[in-house]
Design a protein around this ligand. Structure first.
Ligand code: CDP
Length: 231
C-alpha cells in the first residue's frame, strides 16, 4: 500500500499526544489535526441542542449535518462548530464525560473519519492525533507512534492542563474521568484505542514535551534518510 504523508500519533488521555503532535507538526511545517476535538465539537452540539444521547439515529444524523473546522492560530488550534469558535467550550467536563456516547457509534465515526481523511490528504504533510489514527483512519501512515504514560502521570497532566485553561475540577474527578475513558476507549467495539502493530511505543512518563517531540523527529528523519538511500 502506498504510504501517505501522515504521521499518526495515538494514545490515551494525558499521554501527551496533543502537545507533542502540535510541536512535531510545527517543526516539520505539517498540518496539525486534533481528531478528539472533532468528536468533542459534535458532542457539544448535541448538548446545546438538548439531544437525547440514547437516540443513536439522531446522533448519526447530527454528525452528517455539522460543520467542523480546525484552524491553526499562532500556537493554538481553534475549533469551529458551524462557524462558531468553540475551542474553549469543548474542553468542559460535561463534553468530556459525554463524548464516549458519540465516539462509540459506528456511523458517527464513519462520518468523522471521512472528514479526517480529507483533511489529512489535502496537505502534503499532516500530523493527526487521536485513538484510531494508525489503526483505522490512516493505516498507511508513513510513521505511527503510540504514546503512553503511567496512570498517575496522565491524571496529573490533565489536572494541570485543565487548571491552566480555567476549569475548576478536583483531582478525584479527573482521576475518575481518565479511568472511565481509558476503559470505554479501549473496550468499545468500533475502532477501540490500541497500538497499531507497526507503531513505535513511547513511554512519556519521565519525558518532557521537547524530549518526546525530539525523539519522534529523530525517528522520522532517520527513516527518511534510509528511504532516500535506496535511490
Ligand atoms: O483530551 P484527551 O486527550 O483526553 O481526549 P481527546 O483526544 O480530546 O478525545 C476525547 C475523546 O474522543 C476520547 O476519549 C475518545 O472517546 C474520543 N476520540 C475517539 O474516539 N477517536 C479519536 N480519534 C479521537 C478521540
Amino acid at each position: 500500500m502506498k504510504k501517505s504523508g501522515v504521521i499518526a500519533i495515538d494514545g490515551p488521555a494525558g499521554s501527551g499526544k496533543s502537545t507533542v503532535a502540535k510541536e512535531v507538526a510545527h517543526r516539520l511545517g505539517f498540518l496539525y489535526i486534533d481528531t478528539g476535538a472533532m468528536y468533542r465539537a459534535l458532542t457539544l452540539k448535541a448538548i446545546n441542542k438538548g439531544m437525547d444521547f440514547s437516540d443513536n439515529e439522531a446522533l448519526v444524523e447530527l454528525s452528517k449535518n455539522t460543520d467542523i473546522e480546525l484552524k491553526e492560530s499562532g500556537d493554538s488550534l481553534k475549533v469551529y462548530l458551524d462557524k462558531k469558535d468553540v475551542s474553549h467550550k469543548i474542553r468542559s467536563m460535561e463534553v468530556t464525560t459525554k463524548v464516549k456516547l458519540l465516539a462509540s457509534l459506528k456511523d458517527v465515526r464513519e462520518n468523522m473519519v471521512k472528514l479526517q481523511r480529507k483533511l489529512g490528504s489535502l496537505s502534503s504533510g499532516a500530523v493527526l492525533e487521536g485513538r484510531d489514527i494508525g489503526t483505522v483512519v490512516f493505516p498507511n501512515a508513513a510513521y505511527k507512534f503510540y504514546l503512553d504514560a503511567s496512570f498517575q502521570t496522565r491524571v496529573e497532566r490533565r489536572f494541570r492542563e485543565l487548571k491552566e485553561k480555567g476549569f475548576s475540577i478536583s483531582p478525584e474527578e479527573i482521576e475518575a474521568d481518565v479511568r472511565n475513558r481509558d476503559a470505554s476507549d479501549m473496550t468499545r467495539k468500533v475502532a477501540p484505542l490500541k497500538k497499531a502493530e507497526d507503531a513505535k511505543v513511547i513511554d512519556t512518563t519521565n519525558m518532557t514535551v521537547e524530549e518526546v517531540a525530539g525523539k519522534i523527529l529523530e525517528i522520522v528523519k532517520k527513516w527518511h534518510t534510509s528511504f532516500l538511500a535506496l535511490f
